[in-house]
Design a protein around this ligand. Structure first.
Ligand code: ADP
Ligand code: MG
Length: 469
């Protein structure tokens, strides 16, 4: 068996063992350069690719190689840049079946005859949901609900989870569905969206099959309905729902709702349905803070086989502030770029992607990050020194020349406004000046700003350079 055949055999084995995405990312242009004396040299198209294989796949590759060439004992890697522009090492393994971005994973959802559920993705679990202060209550409520026993009265029924877009509601709902099924293989769990349920009800009403539909839902052990704000204004649907829910409550079936608002704020939903929805436990999910976001980024990038430096992780965590879906999009885009160009992501390349996704509102932040983002007085001193073309040492010194004093006072102002530093600590960082000097300087700039538009413009431009509005 020659080296190409050996590698082909290894690729086929690996393609069955690791995710399609990882396989494509890390093996496409890799090949065996040499086999000699029980050792194999594997060539990779990039340094990053080599490091990744060395650290993550060394054992897997070696054991699969031994499957075809038992005499192999050692594995080495090197970089061969010419591979980057070449064809895939084995076109047939890589070309067909283009990897879907997300691998929909359909677990065995046990659904009775005629009863359908939306696909519940196995990737959403309660265990891989990262818990922080902003979602802790919702997560524990879901965990408690999943522990409920069939046919017994429920602790929280219904459970109502609300919060803005992309904050993890669907993850929690599907995670709970998975957990219920994991604990109880016989459980009939239906996860559906309010939109789909509405369509079902409308159809049943039209075809006079409502009795059948209600009977059908009575067989469910847990009914999970996502995005119930969609029921707003749909009176007939609500009436049928109300009856169905009553049936379910009566027989101690668990119901879970999610919405973008709490029940009381839903408009165009009948009072009795609203009060039904809020009858059990109502909890919210909020946008997680920085630390939790960082943990989620780590979890998600691990999931998709994306290697990010800590500076990039921190940059993403600092800048995705509204929705975790936005964060997920971003990570997928980064992943696509890595695959496409075989480049490891940097803060700079990521801020470009950021700007593509959010041309309007994240522009300045991304720009700031690209230029370094103001974190310390040093950042401000550097920016001011570049902007006014005065040496940093002069900004810290004692010179009374107007060409120096003005930029220096601007720098103090920025330290105060952007970094919220005290007059004392600004004085300390600027060569040991008295806090009253700093105070006067800052006051002078704020007077100037009111009288003279140039000063305001300088400050505005510098803030932009520093990545703050
Ligand atoms: P919603 O339904 O509230 O709009 P999703 O549940 O679809 O939001 O969440 C958007 C993305 O963010 C999903 O990929 C989800 O897995 C992820 N996500 C949200 N919260 C968390 C969390 N706490 N831990 C891990 N992933 C999360
Ligand atoms: Mg959702």
């Amino acid at each position: 068996m020659d080296k190409t055949q050996a590698w082909d055999a290894v690729l086929v084995r690996l393609s069955e063992k690791i995710s399609r995405m990882e396989f494509h990312t890390w093996f496409k242009k890799v090949r065996i350069a040499e086999i000699s004396g029980g050792a194999v040299l594997v060539s990779c198209p990039t340094e990053m690719n080599k490091n990744w294989l060395e650290s993550k796949y060394h054992g897997v590759i070696l054991s699969n190689l031994r499957g075809v060439l038992p005499e192999i004992e050692k594995l080495y890697f090197n970089v061969d840049l010419t591979l980057a522009d070449g064809p895939p090492s084995n076109p047939s393994v890589f070309e067909d079946r283009k990897a879907p971005r997300k691998l929909p994973n359909r677990p065995d959802v046990k659904i009775a005859e005629g009863l359908e559920s939306r696909i519940v993705h196995a990737k959403f679990t309660l265990r891989n949901f990262v818990v922080g202060d902003e979602n802790r209550l919702a997560h524990s409520a879901c965990a408690a609900v999943a522990e409920g026993k069939k046919g017994e009265p429920k602790k929280y029924n219904p459970l109502f989870i609300y919060g803005g877009v992309g904050l993890g509601k669907t993850h929690l709902l599907q995670g709970t569905a998975n957990e219920i099924m994991r604990r109880n293989a016989d459980a009939t769990v239906v996860y559906t969206t309010a939109e789909r349920l509405t369509n079902e009800i409308v159809k049943a009403i039209r075809e006079r099959q409502m009795e059948g539909l209600r009977k059908k839902y009575r067989r469910v052990d847990a009914l999970i309905i996502d995005d119930v704000q969609f029921f707003e204004g749909k009176e007939k649907t609500q009436e049928e729902l109300f009856n169905t829910f009553n049936d379910l409550f009566e027989f101690h079936k668990q119901i879970i709702f999610s919405a973008d608002r709490p029940p009381v704020e839903l408009e165009g939903i009948s009072d009795r349905l609203q009060s039904r929805m809020g009858w059990g436990l109502t909890v919210d999910v909020q946008m997680p803070g920085y630390e939790t976001r960082l943990a989620i980024i780590q979890e998600k990038s691990k999931d998709i086989g994306l290697m990010l430096g800590s500076d990039v992780q921190e940059f993403v965590a600092a800048n995705v502030r509204r929705s975790l879906r936005e964060m997920e999009n971003l990570l997928n885009q980064i992943q696509a770029e890595v695959e496409l160009r075989q480049l490891s992501p940097t803060v700079q390349s990521v801020s470009k992607i950021f700007r593509k996704l959010n041309p309007s509102d994240n522009l300045e932040t991304a720009d700031g990050a690209r230029k370094g983002y103001a974190k310390s007085p040093d950042d401000i001193i550097t920016a001011v020194s570049e902007y006014f073309q005065v040496p940093a040492t002069e900004l810290l010194g004692e010179s009374r020349k107007q060409g120096i004093v003005f930029p220096r006072q601007i720098a103090w102002t920025l330290c105060r406004d952007v970094l919220r530093m005290s007059h004392e600590s600004i004085g300390r960082d600027f060569g040991g000046k008295n806090h009253t000097t700093i105070m006067h300087g800052i006051r002078k700039i704020s007077d100037l700003k009111r009288k003279d538009s140039a000063t305001a413009r300088h400050i505005h431009a510098l803030r932009k350079d520093l990545g703050v509005k």
